[in-house]
Design a protein around this ligand. Sequence first.
Ligand code: NAD
Length: 496
Amino acid sequence: MAAKVFKNFIGGEWVESRSGQTYENLNPADTRDVIGVFQRSDKRDVDDAVSAARQAFERWRLVPAPKRAEIIYRAGEILLERKEEYARLMTREMGKVLKETRGDVQEAVDTAYYMAGEGRRQFGATVPSELPNKFAMAVRMPIGVCGMIAPWNFPMAIPSWKLLPALVCGNTCVIKPAEDTPLSTLNLLKALTDAGLPKGVVNVVTGFGPEVGAPIAEHANVQAISFTGSSEVGRTVGVTAAQSFKPCSLEMGGKNAIIILDDANLDLALDGVLWGAFGTTGQRCTAASRVIVQKGVYRQFADRLIYRAQRLKVGNGQDESVEMGPQINEQQVATTEKYVQIGKNEGAKLEAGGKALNTPDHVYGWFFEPTIFTDVNEKMRIAQEEIFGPVLSLIPVDSFDQAIEIANGVTYGLSSSVYTRDVNKAFRAMRDIYAGITYVNAPTIGAEVHLPFGGTKSTGNGHREGGLGAIDFYTQWKSIYVDYSDRLQRAQIDTE
Ligand code: NAD
């Protein structure tokens, strides 16, 4: 059966790419399964989408925010009804297990409900004026057309983090999903259009980074950019946006550490590390890729972890009993293989996994064994660079202070975690780890949508997604002064 062809969504219409070119999207668990044929777009399609978004902005910005919010709320309800269907399609599209893709759709539902509430908040400030008979306030204004570039690992949740706050604030959007996961973004779009979103308010252009992402970032009529992806691509997007002074939110890579102290509940830590390191096959920006363990429990913990990791069931995520799915594509497997070799060359001890899986159950997909290196030195490349695969480095330490120093000793600063029963150490970790997120007695993954999400150093450029962070990004302040004195009053001058 011929694979279904999916089109771009521009100005409320389904349209082919101007070039007429397409590409196939394959199931990473079984590359014989073609998810669909998608448009391979270019700058011309981006131009069309931006002009549709620009026209729509003039109407959408005038729709009262509570009315915009009603559409978003309805989209949340539609997503909830279609949760199972969209989760199953997402597992086929990008491989993570059903439990996780259900969570991904749920994250979009949660974001819809939260952002719908913002329709009646978007709080500003009213403050006293320094002059008599004068009123002063600051209100949030939409920015205009927002360009969005998304990664593949949370193919519905991350687009929802971008689109829904932008929409409730009165912006219109042009979004480019990752090339590996366009379908999940189109499913999110379908929920929005079925909920009554007017034409042109959201436009989806599918295709590859340099051909679609770069023209979005460069476009003179795109007023803000929200990018999630690797630090390498984020740098080029950030530099491009800076040239036209566009607000630009960059959410990028991580090298997240879990600290396990001698007094930790080891059973709890074990479950947390397995989930944090091998959930989403290690392909989360918040995945735990370093575990820093105090020497009193190091060997015991390592042995138990290796035992459990070697027994994780790896396979097609559509099978409910599978615990870890494939990597997203061939290049990602090649990267993981490269880092395993680097780790061995650096002298780390490979104690679990280390190879791509090629059994009859795995031969058509991009599967890799859950991999654990022990006795890793914190300066090794496997302990410094983001691998984005199921590879975990165990680093032994003598003390709490050394653990914090090592946790902070990387260029990234996204998520972090500490397992301890000592409240003093927990509070010191919350204060002293330089990262956007710290968990106590929980792994590095599991962010909730109503708190700010993002990181320090090479992980981000100071903005946050989620909750209020997103409302801050998708609005700009306007200060308004209303003088009802009927005479000229001069601030700072009429001081008597
Ligand atoms: P990526 O940087 O390769 O791609 C991200 C997006 O950028 C894709 O849509 C891609 O097509 C596009 N792109 C590529 N080249 C471009 C260019 N020159 N100009 C404009 N756009 C371009 O990342 P990925 O492989 O999709 O995702 C994995 C990375 O994303 C990891 O580094 C991970 O840590 C990070 N990530 C971060 C967060 C976060 O919130 N901090 C969340 C998820 C993933």
